[in-house]
Ligand binder design. Structure first.
Ligand code: GDP
Length: 456
């Protein structure tokens, strides 16, 4: 990547829309603006002002579209470089032609995530803020959006800074001792170092704990509906998704025998998988359905074990129970609008039993509540600042930093040399720096930014 050059990309989704936006960033942005955009009246573009005009081919001046342009001069822009945005009509071909015009005028096609990478490299945001931008774009619920927003606003970075400040203060005390070895680390200094490192250790531990809910709120959970034919799996899927039409999305690419929908349970994204295939079939194609359903079973975070409360349990129910033993599950007794013939004492006792009727909609709220409580502890949703670790990358780094600090504390009490203690602290600081980007290897940066779309 060359930070010196000027990049361009289509910033809006591919397809037909009201407008399409082409974004250009780099030192040539204003030259490119003058090549491809002809505003009404004389003069160039003032920074941060919207202009109406014609977007033209830079080589022959032919009209491509009418549109708007805004130039945002460095450093007051997304990337901290000069940024040009061209707003044209949002069609497949037209945005491509405007992009081509920018490329012909001297820009290079940007790589995935390169605008955000430049914002990071130019110091406008740190790495965890950059990562939060992709979460922001992918958020499907208010809660995951709130978490992504707090990270983008720098709340996680601020928490990490408090921690690294404590560690740097402790390191300074140790280094002072290394510089003046004739002076012993006295009791007061030792206590001070110990308390600084302990407080950092505790805060890191709290952040690590937040991963449990942070991850589920960011990525959601998957819930498999398992039950013999006709217990009401499809009806339950419908009942669960009924009020959610606005945000429910059908996931493309799933097979006909496994249907998935994403619903929002009080901010928790829940992927409901209807395992129509399990135990329903004998022939080859259906066997494949069963195999896929069992695969889904292995991946599911929670299984809803459905039984028909209006008919006696049979071997199919018992076989299925056997198949899901070992998974986290909730027993759901459906058809409660009909006379019940299945007693709770016949059902597995180790987990919750929820009675519902998918037909009339009773018990569905309680079921949603049970699913929610399994994954999100009380208080998380009401927490004000929503600081949580949400990615495996951050989690792994925290584990490493915590192990380093635990080692430091035991060495501090056993009286090893200041040099060794300083190494422990520097290692932990360097680990935490991988979250914020100060010490992140380029290969990891490549992986992170390549998960962005082009134009972001
Ligand atoms: P699946 O094969 O497990 O997906 O079951 P379906 O959802 O297709 O339901 C099978 C049959 O049970 C259908 O005729 C539904 O109308 C009926 N059914 C589903 N849920 C209920 C319920 O809560 N009460 C009653 N009375 N019938 C239900």
């Amino acid at each position: 990547m060359y930070l010196e050059d000027t990049i361009a990309a289509i910033a809006t989704p591919v397809g037909c829309g009201g407008i399409g936006i082409i974004r250009v960033s780099g030192s040539d942005a204003s030259i490119i603006a003058s090549s491809v955009f002809v505003k009404q009246g004389n003069g160039g573009l003032d920074s941060h002002r919207f202009y109406y005009g014609r977007i033209v081919d830079p080589l022959d001046g032919s009209l491509i579209d009418e549109g708007m342009a805004v130039l945002m001069s460095a450093p007051r822009s997304y990337t901290r470089e000069d940024v040009l945005e061209l707003h044209c009509h949002g069609g497949y071909l037209i945005v491509q032609r405007v992009l081509d015009a920018c490329l012909r005028a001297g820009a290079r096609l940007s790589e995935a995530g390169e605008f955000t990478r430049r914002a990071f490299l130019n110091g406008r945001i740190d790495l965890c803020q950059a990562e939060s931008i992709i979460d922001l774009i992918n958020s499907r619920t208010d809660m995951s959006l709130a978490f992504a927003q707090s990270q983008r606003e720098g709340l996680l970075s601020a928490r990490l800074k408090e921690i690294t400040d404590s560690l740097r203060n402790a390191l300074a005390l140790i280094e002072a001792f290394i510089d003046f070895p004739e002076e012993d680390l006295d009791e007061t200094a030792l206590n001070r170092i110990d308390s600084l490192v302990q407080s950092a250790h505790n805060s890191l531990g709290e952040l690590l704990e937040s991963f449990a809910h942070g991850k589920v709120i960011r990525d959601g959970i998957s819930v498999l509906l398992a039950g013999k034919p006709n217990v009401g799996k499809s009806s339950l899927l419908n009942a669960l998704t009924l009020e959610q039409r606005a945000i429910v999305s059908h996931i493309p690419g799933t097979t006909r025998d496994v249907i998935e929908e994403i619903i929002n349970i009080d901010g928790l994204p829940v992927r409901i998988i209807d395992s129509a295939g399990i135990r329903e079939s004998r022939d080859e194609i259906e066997q494949e359905g069963i195999r896929r359903s069992l695969e889904k079973l292995a991946l599911a975070d929670l299984v809803l074990f459905l039984v028909d409360g209006s008919a006696p349990l049979d071997t199919n129910d018992r076989d299925l129970l056997q198949a899901i033993s070992g998974k986290q599950f909730v027993t759901v007794v459906n058809k409660s609008d009909l006379p019940s013939v299945v007693g709770d004492n016949e059902l597995p006792g180790q987990t919750e039993i929820v009675h519902i009727s998918s037909k009339i909609g009773s018990g569905i709220d309680q079921l949603r509540n049970v699913i929610f409580k399994k994954f999100v502890s009380d208080g998380v949703m009401s927490s004000r600042d929503h600081v949580a670790v949400t990615t495996v990358r951050h989690r792994d780094i925290l584990v490493r930093a915590l192990a380093g600090l635990a080692g430091f504390c035991s060495r501090l009490s056993s009286g090893v040399s200041g040099e060794l203690l300083a190494i422990d602290l520097r290692d932990s600081l360097s680990a935490i720096g991988e979250i914020t980007g100060e010490t992140t290897p380029d290969t990891i940066l490549d992986i992170i930014f390549s998960s962005f779309c082009i134009g972001k």
